[in-house]
Design a protein around this ligand. Sequence first.
Ligand SMILES: Cc1ncc(COP(=O)(O)OP(=O)(O)O)c(N)n1
Ligand SMILES: Cc1nc(C(=O)O)sc1CCOP(=O)(O)O
Ligand SMILES: [Mg+2]
Length: 209
Amino acid sequence: MKLRGLYAITDSQLLAGGKLLPYAEAALKGGASLLQYRDKSSDEARRLRQAEALRELCNRYGAGLIINDDAELAARLGVGLHLGQSDGSLSAARALLGRQAIIGGTCHAQLELAEAATKEGVSYVAFGRFFDSHTKPGAPGATLELLDQAKRRINLPIVAIGGVTLDNAALLIARGASMVAVIHALFGADSAAEVERRARAFSALFATN
Ligand SMILES: Cc1ncc(COP(=O)(O)OP(=O)(O)O)c(N)n1
Ligand SMILES: Cc1nc(C(=O)O)sc1CCOP(=O)(O)O
Ligand SMILES: [Mg+2]
């Protein structure tokens, strides 16, 4: 699986009212390489149902499905996982999911966290928040200079997240981001057709950088 390109992340509030599957499919049609299922609810049956449906879509479009926060659900479905600093052990997740699974770790703006995550066997490291974020306004800030340093010190794909839009994504890619992870600027749209247009535009940035 290619860890380069658009990394689409779902949001249960933004995609309420039946939008999850059509909007996720639109992002995949538009070329998203990874899709993260990010749902903070505790409705386990619904989470399982939705994640299974997203796995089917990702398989159809040749993209990777990543589950946020929930190693057990990722293991049950045989898909990837993203963990933040308080979401459990990355090395335990690697042991649970096996060598092939895509596992990512949140590193905020700290290279030391990325070095520790690398030792624990992650597939990519995620830094952020780079810009003002609708979804997570309080996330700690990261700078473009951090990407330069990370590129020199971390030998893994780098994901940039937080306030990424079609206007600023090229800056991140030019500074070494292998993937841009996007919620609001992708899914905060009035139609699935608009999500697909945006996904195509994000994906095209990787062809020219
Ligand atoms: C690709 C990617 N990067 C960072 C995060 C944030 O993870 P975390 O800090 O655990 O916060 P929540 O998303 O769980 O609220 C992410 N999900 N994906
Ligand atoms: C989930 C998340 N994690 C962040 C971090 O900095 O670790 S920023 C963020 C929100 C990303 O959403 P949007 O594209 O709408 O800004
Ligand atoms: Mg988390």
